[in-house]
Ligand binder design. Structure first.
Ligand code: NAI
Length: 341
């Protein structure tokens, strides 16, 4: 059995604050998790690394196979590529999972959202192939390969089957991008045939957005290529209370990184007011993953304990300002710890 070591990348901006809150809650479960610190983002540059994504960080994730990551700032216009895109590509973390659920005590226009975005993480327009054709004319190439389309479709249907979900909706724009989105749909359709018990539908993304905001309960697993998945993740976060309640995971063959959908929020960094819940929810996904893939039943049980504790906090109105409460980042972590059964 592998150990319970987890690489911890605190990140930038609010990263260290929400990472500390999350680590304290998970440590309070007394699971014997061993945190292996690693650097990325501006924090890495500040510490003297020459890259926002040091090789030592990639090696640590390869070695331990699992990481909890706070958000990282990508310096704009300085020649550095995005830490997140870099991590996902370097480690081939091709499958992003972003559950979006209505939360107890968090009032929005909807009370019945329970869906999961599955996003292809490695290609599409994020392949980063851009050219200046001539002054004032640039191109950005959207890449789709049969193998990547196939593996993300396999991933989405496998996830749906394992989690007892009934439907996969592939969002696309194949009416315009006939080749790239066409290939994406072609593979999704083939995989769908192998899962006759799971309903499959193809949804043109613009109409899909309209359907999503009218009635999100009609969606279950939403399968997207890279850019669509990025946009749908934030759109869906808005349905359930914002970025403070949207966790995520990036999976590949070498390992998995658990991180919130939100960024480093420089506007509120260092003020102890960021909501740590999205990273804590990502931490719950991490515990469940340790249970599922490494046989740690104590981690799986702790995942339920933490979830019940933060749900109880939310029901009692114990939350941070973005959700209408008055707790600090630290105070929310303390409140969750106090409610751990
Ligand atoms: P952002 O998600 O950091 O912030 C958007 C808005 O949401 C801000 O008003 C912020 O205060 C608020 N917000 C975000 N997380 C919050 C939380 N936990 N609690 C309370 N309020 C929260 O997005 P933005 O401003 O576009 O990006 C800032 C930086 O983060 C950029 O450098 C960007 O590259 C980076 N980023 C990193 C990500 C990652 O590491 N996974 C993901 C997205 C952005």
């Amino acid at each position: 059995m592998m150990s319970k070591s987890v690489v911890l990348i605190e990140g930038d901006g609010i990263g260290p604050e929400v990472a500390d809150a999350t680590r304290r809650v998970l440590d309070a479960c007394q699971l014997g998790l061993e945190w292996v610190p690693a650097r990325a983002g501006v924090a890495a540059l500040d510490a003297g690394d020459s890259s926002v994504l040091p090789e030592a960080t990639l090696d640590a994730i390869r070695e331990h196979g699992i990481a909890l990551k706070g958000p990282c700032t990508t310096p704009i216009g300085s020649g550095f590529t995005s830490v997140n895109v870099g991590l996902r590509k370097s480690l081939d973390l091709y499958g992003a999972v972003r559950p979006v659920r209505s939360m107890p005590g968090v009032t929005t226009r909807y009370d019945n959202v329970d869906l999961v975005i599955v996003r292809e993480n490695t290609e599409g327009l994020y392949a980063g192939i851009e050219h200046t054709v001539t002054e004032g004319v640039v191109t950005s190439l959207k890449v789709a390969t049969r193998s990547a389309c196939r593996r993300i479709a396999d991933f989405a249907f496998d996830y749906a089957e394992k989690r007892g979900r009934n439907k996969v909706s592939a969002f696309h724009k194949a009416n315009i991008m006939k080749l790239s989105d066409g290939l994406f749909l072609e593979e999704a359709k083939k995989v769908a045939e192998e899962y006759p018990s799971i309903e499959y539908e193809e949804v043109i993304i613009d109409a899909g957005c309209m359907r999503m905001v009218k009635d999100p309960s009609q969606f279950d697993v939403v399968l997207c290529e890279n850019l669509y998945g990025d946009i749908m993740s934030d759109l869906c976060a808005g349905l359930v209370g914002g970025l403070g309640v949207t966790p995520g995971a990036n999976h590949g063959l070498v390992g998995s990184i658990f991180e919130a959908v939100h960024g480093s929020a420089p506007d509120i960094a260092g003020q102890d007011k960021a909501n740590p819940l999205a990273l804590l929810m990502s931490g719950v996904m991490l515990l469940r993953h340790l249970g599922d893939t490494r046989g740690y039943t104590d981690c799986a049980q702790a995942a339920d304990r933490v979830r019940n504790a933060y749900n109880a906090c939310l029901e009692a109105g114990e939350c941070t300002g973005d959700l209408g409460g008055s707790l600090t980042t630290t105070g929310f972590a303390d409140a969750v710890i106090a409610r751990l059964g």
